[in-house]
Design a binder for this molecule. Structure first.
Ligand SMILES: Cc1cc2nc3c(=O)[nH]c(=O)nc-3n(C[C@H](O)[C@H](O)[C@H](O)COP(=O)(O)OP(=O)(O)OC[C@H]3O[C@@H](n4cnc5c(N)ncnc54)[C@H](O)[C@@H]3O)c2cc1C
Length: 318
């Protein structure tokens, strides 16, 4: 039997598991994904025999005290991304996913395993997964708020209490052009445009420069309206929009990929750092905001509460 099982190995789950492990509590992370990091992700792909990468989820950590503290824990896997306007952001190197990987070093993580159900049984929790069953005395769930219901059931108190949280989709285009294609800017943000965020991915430190790579995010309304549309049509439309923004012809395009984040960005958070029901906790970025730092804070606060519940003398330090 596991002492604590944390479902979700994104930044929130990692923060929680690190603090519990540091306090000597046995903890196991379970994630359905192929890699660690959740929405802080990096896609690798081969184009003309060269491997290129795209940060198709979180783009960076905005400079702040909290971000600097997270970066210090992931030393060796972060660097500064200079935007050419005198400002910089913190990024994972060689890709954003390197940071959660470094932060999860030494943790017990089971990947490729989807949790299908968590239910209380005889003072414990039974955790059903697509790879079998396990049990734990304490369970922390850090999946996006709308994904709590399939695990706990629609009528569960935590699902009810998370029901006011709004998370919005984000369709994300990954595009590669020939190296010498003119690049008019490094990043561009325009909340009123259909492509609200465009960034030249290969200007981040440590990325392959074999191609000119771009990431473009569609605005939440357009993403919601097109989430179930034919993916190749959506991709083609986004490529055309990107080419027009960059002032290049689509003949320069060497590769295009589309990522659908159904629960990508927090629109309305819970405004408290976690939910609790007995020995069951739920958290993630959706508790406090839309950023990596919000996910981290939620995970740290859950760990402190778990330790408090366990009566650990380390609870104050978590
Ligand atoms: C396109 C995009 C751009 C963004 N840009 C930025 C940015 O520039 N800066 C910034 O600070 N933030 C950004 N964010 C937000 C940031 O990525 C998130 O705030 C943060 O990564 C959330 O971490 P989390 O641990 O709360 O959730 P997640 O990272 O979503 O982790 C949850 C984990 O739970 C797993 N999971 C879900 N269901 C199950 C199940 N049934 N069984 C097992 N595992 C399960 C998932 O696989 C996932 O790994 C962006 C997000 C997106 C989508």
């Amino acid at each position: 039997m596991n002492h604590v099982v944390v479902i979700g190995a994104g930044l929130s789950g990692i923060a929680c598991a690190r603090a519990l492990q540091a306090a000597g509590v046995p903890v196991r992370l379970i994630d359905k994904g192929r890699g660690i990091g959740g929405r802080m992700a990096t896609r690798r792909t081969a184009v003309a025999g060269k491997t290129i990468t795209f940060d198709h989820g979180a783009q960076y950590l905005a400079q702040s005290e909290d971000a600097a503290a997270i970066a210090a824990l992931g030393k060796g896997a972060v660097d500064a991304w200079h935007l050419g306007d005198g400002t910089s952001r913190i990024v994972g190197v060689p890709g954003m996913a390197a940071l959660p990987r470094a932060l999860a070093n030494g943790l017990d993580v089971t990947l490729n395993t989807r949790v299908t159900r968590v239910r209380a049984r005889c003072g414990l929790f039974q955790i059903d997964t697509d790879a079998g069953k396990t049990a734990a005395s304490h369970v922390v769930i850090t999946v996006p708020a709308p994904q709590l219901a399939p695990i706990l059931g629609e009528t569960h108190p935590l699902v009810q209490r998370a029901s006011d949280v709004v998370m919005r989709p984000c369709l994300t285009l990954m595009a590669a052009f020939n190296r010498d294609t003119p690049a008019p800017f490094v990043t561009r943000r325009d909340q009123n445009a259909l492509l609200t965020w465009i960034a030249q991915n290969d200007t981040k430190p440590g990325r392959s420069t074999a191609f000119q790579t771009w990431v473009a995010q569609a605005n939440p309304d357009w993403s919601a309206a097109n989430i179930d549309a034919d993916r190749s049509d959506t991709k083609r439309l986004m490529v055309d929009l990107l080419c027009s923004e960059l002032g290049v012809v689509s003949a320069e395009l060497c590769h295009a990929g589309l990522q659908v984040w159904r629960y990508g960005l927090v629109d309305t958070p819970l405004s408290k750092s976690f939910l609790k029901d007995g020995m069951l906790w739920a958290g993630g970025d959706w508790c406090l905001g839309a950023k990596v730092q919000d996910a981290w804070r939620s995970g740290v606060d859950i760990a402190a509460n778990v330790l408090h519940t366990l009566g650990s003398p380390l609870s104050a330090k978590a």
